[in-house]
Write a protein that binds this ligand. Structure first.
Ligand code: SAH
Length: 503
């Protein structure tokens, strides 16, 4: 087996600013070597047995010296592994990707580079600054601000040329040398009133931008306590920020929101928060446990020809059912005599990936709507199979059994995931959490069970958003103050409640 190394640009930070090819390399990696600027959420996309190696900061003080990084990458590849080296931005823009590539070539190791969106361009963009513009800048220059003390860098950089062209200047790794940079530019003739933007943690929810002029920028940075990673953008294009600042104007920009739902259900809320510019922090309070060692489902599948309807109510239910079919050496053809019903579009989608288009998908994601659709078409000769969660509501089973035979098989249950206590408390101990959402009564009680009564006071400075009256009542019983309740019991309404609360 031959190893291979992918040098992958992880983009500037916004989770979705990664190339399809980059994502593919993350998914197939046996080893991922990453540093501080690569969004660590990408690691969740890796294989479950993937090894992660953190090699520390991208700027001056490396947690691991470059030679050691090169060594690790090369050695892992020589063991026959697929190594994905994740680097912030683009690997060849001050990422030392070139050096890593040279080492790999000299050792005969197969490698590929996947370019990424560099912070030098993408970071400015999210700060509302186009790096070029017909009226203001016809070129741009990306410069290292990591200057040496021995004046050697000053020879390397032609300050006179930089000061005297009209293009946009972008300094990376420059915060520590801001004074030197601005002094040099002014000394060589750049207008001291040239606008400057300092963009920290660009494209992330905690992006912070301060603007100034070349003359005052050093003082501004001290006053505003600007820290790396920061981009220094110099040029007239900085002025466009007022108009083009789409990112910071997003409705949830700068808000950190804890989302307490089971991992399998929360993705739509998490994704919506991120798309609206917020920082979703997912807290898995529930986990799904398959009911093992039960032959019940197998028995019903053996008798599947007796049934006329199959009702599936969740993606988990679909996965467990079809995996069992597969395990028994069967496939979707054995369901050909059945009508298949799905509650929820995610459920229908999961069924589709198993090669079946659900016959009935009620408009709303609730049992009542499915019952309304089934009531007129079912008769006493029908027989309905419902493989689903142990703790599910009785409504559907009770109502259908008034018409015909219905067999409920418990294939999984949701249980409180108390293993997460430490992780959840760590999040609560950060002081910048703005909201916490509860989308059902059980998530409130599960949450309290996980953190423990003695830690409820940690919610004091966090605004609690409840999805509706039932959830709010449970919260009150458990001594949690609900800040606001959403108008309708939907995820979208819950998000609107937060948006309307802004300022
Ligand atoms: N290869 C990277 C740059 C690596 S050098 C790229 O193409 O973006 C590291 C420097 O990049 C930091 O010191 C900082 O100046 C800049 N940088 C990278 N990501 C940044 C971000 N999200 N916000 C602000 N600056 C960033």
């Amino acid at each position: 087996m031959k190893g291979k190394v992918y040098l992958v640009g992880a983009g500037p930070g916004d989770y979705k600013l990664l190339t399809l090819k980059g994502l593919e390399c993350i998914k197939k990696a046996d080893v991922i070597v990453y540093d501080r600027l690569a969004n660590s959420n990408y690691l969740k996309e890796a294989k479950s047995n993937c090894e992660f190696i953190y090699v520390g900061k991208a700027s001056s003080n490396h947690a691991l010296p470059q030679d050691d990084i090169n060594r690790v990458i090369a050695d892992k590849a020589k063991e026959g592994k697929i190594v994905t080296r994740l680097k912030g931005g683009d690997p060849y823009v001050f990422g030392r990707g070139g050096e890593e590539g040279e080492v790999l070539v000299s050792e005969g190791i197969d490698f590929e580079v996947v370019p990424g969106i560099t912070s030098a361009i993408g970071g400015l963009c999210y700060a509302g600054i186009p790096i070029t513009h017909r009226d203001y800048a016809s070129s741009f220059h990306v410069i290292t601000g990591h200057l040496r003390d021995d004046d050697k860098e000053n020879e390397e950089l032609n300050w006179n040329a930089l000061a005297n062209n009209k293009g946009t200047l972008v300094f990376l790794m420059g915060v520590a040398n801001l004074k030197k940079i601005s002094d040099n530019l002014i000394k060589e003739g750049k207008d001291k009133d040239t606008p400057v933007a300092l963009i920290s943690w660009a494209t992330r929810y905690n992006q912070r931008v301060v603007t100034s002029t070349l003359e005052n920028v050093y003082e501004t940075a001290l006053r505003e306590n600007v820290k790396p990673p920061t981009l220094i953008a110099v040029g007239e294009v900085v002025g466009l920020r007022e108009k083009l600042n789409f990112f910071e104007n997003k409705p949830l920009f700068g808000k950190s929101i804890m989302v307490t739902r089971s991992r399998t259900q929360s993705s739509s809320l998490v994704e919506k928060i991120a798309d609206l510019g917020g920082n979703p922090i997912e807290i898995p309070t529930i986990k799904i446990e398959k009911i093992e060692n039960s032959t019940e489902l197998e028995n019903e599948i053996k008798n599947i020809k007796e049934y006329t309807y199959l009702v599936l109510t969740s993606k988990n239910g679909v996965d467990i059912f079809f995996d069992k079919l597969d395990e028994m050496g069967l496939d979707s053809r054995s369901l050909s005599n059945l009508k298949v019903c799905a509650i929820g579009s995610a459920t229908a989608k999961a069924i589709k990936t198993r090669g079946i288009n659900a016959d009935i998908v009620p408009k709303k994601f609730v049992a009542e709507y499915l019952y309304e659709e089934l009531k007129p078409i079912l008769n006493e000769n029908d027989k309905v199979l419902m493989p689903r969660a142990k703790n599910a509501r009785d409504f559907l089973v009770n109502k259908i059994s008034e018409i015909c035979e219905v067999k409920e098989v418990h294939t999984y249950e949701t249980v409180v995931d108390t293993s997460k206590q430490e992780e959840v408390l760590d999040v609560l101990n950060q002081d910048d959490i703005n909201y916490i959402t509860f989308a059902s009564s059980s998530t409130v009680s599960n949450f309290v069970e996980i953190i423990g009564n003695e830690n409820i006071h940690k919610l004091e400075n966090i605004k609690v958003i409840s999805i509706g009256p039932v959830t709010s009542a449970t919260a009150k019983e458990l001594n949690i103050n609900v800040y606001k309740e959403s108008e309708e019991a939907t995820i979208d309404s819950m998000i609107n409640t937060i948006i309307e609360d802004r300022d």
